[in-house]
Unconditional design. Structure first.
Length: 52
C-alpha cells in the first residue's frame, strides 16, 4: 500500500470514528430524523475505529 492510500484510509477511519461518537450524543428526536433507534446508535457508536 502506498503512503497516500494509507493516509486516506487513516483519515477515513478518523472521520468514521468521530461520526460514531456524535451518534452517542444525539437525542431520540434527532436519531428519529436520521432513521436510527437509540439501540442502533449505541451499537454503531461503540464500535472500535477499525470496525466497519
Amino acid at each position: 500500500m502506498n503512503p497516500v492510500t494509507a493516509l486516506q484510509r487513516l483519515l477515513q477511519r478518523y472521520r468514521q470514528n468521530r461520526t460514531r461518537r456524535v451518534l452517542l450524543t444525539l437525542n431520540r428526536e434527532q436519531l428519529k430524523d436520521i432513521g436510527l433507534t437509540r439501540s442502533e446508535a449505541l451499537e454503531e457508536g461503540q464500535k472500535w475505529f477499525w470496525q466497519d
